[in-house]
Design a binder for this molecule. Structure first.
Ligand SMILES: *[C@@H]1O[C@H](CO)[C@@H](O)[C@H](O)[C@H]1NC(C)=O
Ligand SMILES: *[C@@H]1O[C@H](CO)[C@@H](O)[C@H](O)[C@H]1NC(C)=O
Ligand SMILES: *[C@@H]1O[C@H](CO)[C@@H](O)[C@H](O)[C@H]1NC(C)=O
Length: 509
């Protein structure tokens, strides 16, 4: 009898203590939230737009036991009321108030270190007109170099620096200009750019290694890892990330003939009113093959496209495109990946958290490329792309990226992205492997002239597919070839540099 009363009393005490239990009210004031075990992102509803009237949000955040919590505030903007109706407060697990922002503090701290591994974030609003609410990031104190999702490269001046990006920055508003290969404009937000480049997974966050360079005159938009970067213009500086260098084209390097390398569940033949046929064979799915893509005869989530790499490879990414023909506005919007080492026992790729199958965001039109990175990389010989949603009909071109399984896997050492001639802005080499090859100079010590053939491809900018201009620049030094390309590009603005197809150098005395 007495013990029951004691339990009841304790229960009442617990319920009455406002900071020790999570509030029962729904967190309708919570916005984008990604809470991973090492780091995360929390925002108020509608961030960075005005948060709703009379709203409430409460969330417990924690890092593994034994570690300590570091919280950084990217943005806090709450309209002044009183500290009872409009605030952002943080309580450590011992229900101690560690931080309070009530709209009036001029010098609220930008970051707080707690002595514990858990905290409760609570946000409440009354009636108000304006205010963005809040964005905060957290990590364990093992990552004092944590930055928020809002930090831009232009905030830092070191030529090389390393920072820790929290999980969950992908879906936070912030501009990214450019792409991994040629670099990002310095006004881009760092962590979204790192997800775009494929150096970290949004689900996990992670350490990034940034190299700053002289700016470029132009930055091209690209869809990668669910982020559409934007076209950008001239800036003083740009930046790239270092990564493992495991991103060569496995489909181009494969020794298997295309008709055996690619197979599919079905393929389509289109017949015109005048009985002309247009074939959409599986081998047309290889990105390096010109013309229309592969298309399936029927459209269902049971269709697949299979690539055989000939041997087991470490596969780190995939690039896809749609039909390539404006009259056939077909493309795959989402897909899953299946893979196998020997050709039987297919597994579905699950992504960094290893829970349910990962659904990749594919293309958004018939022409542009979309890149996705595999975290962690997969080791396989056969890969199947299984479309889940598509526009009108399943049509696909694909390229797998990676490296041999024997390659040393060290994510933070080798600069993997092609280097550029700073003044011409042209990537001299496409493959990371050749970066270390000396760039041929006009004259060597012996007075020999190094000559070479540089075959590059120019693509029309946002025009009908299939129109390409290939420049063959032979018997000239590579340096002057590069400047010839720049001139050509300046002369006709509608063409953009696509890629170096081949670079052959030889030493002629
Ligand atoms: C909150 O309510 C007031 C009064 O009805 C209104 O003027 C204001 O626009 C509302 N604010 C928001 C963010 O909806
Ligand atoms: C596509 O499907 C149609 C109808 O089911 C069938 O008649 C046709 O033979 C198929 N075409 C190919 C190329 O398999
Ligand atoms: C870059 O290109 C310019 C013009 O072609 C050339 O003068 C310069 O030496 C090149 N720089 C490097 C580092 O290759």
């Amino acid at each position: 009898m007495g013990s029951t009363r004691l339990v009841l009393l304790l229960l009442l005490l617990l319920l009455a203590s406002p900071e020790s239990v999570l509030n029962e009210r729904p967190g309708d004031g919570c916005g984008h939230m990604v809470v991973h075990q090492e780091s995360g992102t929390l925002t108020s509803m509608n961030y960075p737009n005005t948060y709703p009237n009379y709203t409430f949000c409460e969330r417990r955040i924690q890092v593994p036991e034994g570690k300590k919590l570091l919280i950084k505030f990217g943005d806090v903007d709450i309209e002044t009321q009183d500290c009872e109706s409009s605030y952002l407060k943080i309580f450590s697990d011992s229900s101690k108030l560690e931080y309070a922002y009530c709209g009036t503090e001029r010098a609220a701290p930008k970051e707080i270190f707690l002595d514990v591994n858990e905290a409760i974030v609570r946000f409440e609003s009354g009636s108000h007109i304006s205010g963005r609410g809040f964005l905060l990031n957290y990590a364990s104190s093992e990552h004092p170099d944590l930055i928020t999702c809002l930090e831009r490269a232009s905030h830092y001046f070191e030529t090389m620096h390393s920072k820790f990006c929290p999980a969950g920055c992908r879906d936070v508003v912030g501009d990214v200009y450019g792409d991994a290969a040629d670099g990002y404009r310095d006004t881009s937000v760092l962590c979204r750019a790192a997800i775009h480049a494929g150096v970290i997974a949004d689900e996990l966050g992670g350490q990034i290694h940034v190299i700053q360079h002289k700016g470029a005159s132009q930055y091209d938009a690209m869809l990668a890892n669910g982020i559409l970067s934007q076209d950008g213009s001239l800036s003083d500086r740009r930046f790239t990330f270092t990564s493992n260098g495991c991103s060569r084209s496995l489909t181009v390097e494969s020794s298997i003939v295309p008709s055996e390398q690619v197979t599919a569940s079905s393929s389509w033949t289109w017949t015109s009113a005048t009985s002309e046929n247009l074939q959409w064979h599986p081998e047309q799915a290889l990105l390096q093959n010109k013309g229309p893509s592969w298309a399936s005869n029927h459209s269902s989530s049971r269709e697949w496209l299979q690539i055989d790499l000939g041997k087991r490879e470490r596969i780190t990414g995939i690039i896809t495109r749609g039909s390539m023909l404006p009259n056939f506005n077909f493309f795959v919007e989402t897909y899953v990946i299946k893979f196998t080492k020997e050709g039987s026992k297919w597994k579905t790729y699950k992504g960094p958290l290893g829970k349910e199958e990962k659904i990749f965001k594919g293309n958004s039109n018939y022409l542009d490329t979309a890149r996705n990175t595999f975290f962690p990389p997969l080791v396989a010989r056969f890969v199947r792309i299984v479309p889940q949603t598509w526009h009108q009909r399943i049509a696909l071109k694909a390229e797998l990226l990676g490296c041999p399984i024997t390659q040393v896997y060290n994510p933070s050492s080798h600069p993997s992205w092609p280097q550029k001639n700073q003044s011409t802005g042209i990537s001299i080499v496409k493959e990371p492997r050749t970066i270390t090859d000396p760039i041929p100079s006009e004259k060597s010590d012996l007075g020999e002239r190094q000559k070479g053939i540089l075959i590059v491809e120019l693509m029309p900018r946002k025009q009908a597919a299939g129109r390409r201009l290939t420049l063959r620049l032979s018997d000239t030094s590579l340096q002057s070839s590069a400047s010839a390309i720049t001139k050509k590009m300046k002369a006709c603005k509608s063409w953009i540099f696509s890629h170096v197809i081949k670079q052959i150098t030889s030493c002629l005395s």
